[in-house]
Design a binder for this molecule. Sequence first.
Ligand code: AMP
Length: 389
Amino acid sequence: MLNIALFGPPGAGKGTQSEFLIKKYNLFYISTGDLLRKEMAGKTKLGLEAQSIMAAGGLVSDEIIVQIIEKTITENPGCNGFLFDGFPRTYIQAYILEGLMLKLHTALNCLISLTVAEEESVRRLMNRGITSGRSDDNETVIRNRLKEYNQKTLPVLQFYRDKGIYVEVDGTKDIDAVHQQITGIIRNELSKSLFNVVLFGYPGSGRGSQGKALAKKFGLEYVATGPMLDEEIKAGTEIGRRITSHYENGQLVPDEIVVQLIEKKLSDSRDVKGFIFKGFPRTLVQSYILDGLLKKHGSAISQIIEIEVPTLELIRRLDERSKTPGCMPYDNSTSKIVKRLHEHETKTVPVIEKYNQLHEVSKIDGQGSFDEVFARISVVIEDGFKRMR
Ligand code: AMP
């Protein structure tokens, strides 16, 4: 997730910059000012409480802010992240934001502060007042809003300086120049985060060969539980001995073993851009495990892809593979193949359905030549990269 807070005095250009940021990065916009104005327009209890304070240019209470933000955040989980405008505005609100992010298993990436001198803020807000229709865009209230900003909001900066996620942008430059600077900061943030793809598909859909080639093309680490287990068996390790019977029968290997292997792989992979997971998660339990493992590395799933191939074609492909020297022990008889297809149907399809509800799963037609399918998946991953970077 990408979570950004835009900071600055009234009139610094936070609203203007937010407009393009939310579109460009598919962020969910949270402007406490807008939320309060909505509450006021709806004449709700919170709105009525906030009305006179806002009209005078004061800050409404942290209790009110926490209620409106919590309501909005929990209603909108399906986005790439949040963009906060006008929040946090007090030192207490900085702690509130920490708590909210924690609750959503994420964190604020950075606080971007737009700096503008006081007289410039006044000039801009007076100008805006001509068309905005906002009763707080008049000189007396503007001066009061700036006083509140200097007294209560500026101390928030130290909170983020101490955390090392404070970045300053000169807000007096023209809109486009400020936009470029902010984009640069975000690009830098995104390059720090891992790009993680989960590749789904029935056995025989080509996920293994495609996964390996895609990992190479996009500079991602390929994580395939099958080959990892295979290595353990070949090396005759303790794990290898424990899994042999499950493996050869086409059954799923116990989760505690798979978790150990993946955990080791993630910890050993330093300086990677991200991962392609193939063959994991295979069960609902494993999908929770993957979320947890990625979270431990400050990351999350970025993209989910499912390669679709009709059942008859799958059986034909698996049967063909069973006659080649590269045949895996789990592919060497029709009954094992049927068992693997059945395992996928009953245990993994529900995982894909769960993801379908939470994230977008990109369905790829897996028929045709390797190169054709590879090109189709590449387009989807490139899109994902673009959205993220
Ligand atoms: P804005 O639209 O961000 O300029 O906010 C307009 C007014 O809403 C402010 O002057 C405050 O009265 C109130 N307000 C907005 N956000 C907050 C916040 N985070 N904490 C307290 N008051 C806020």
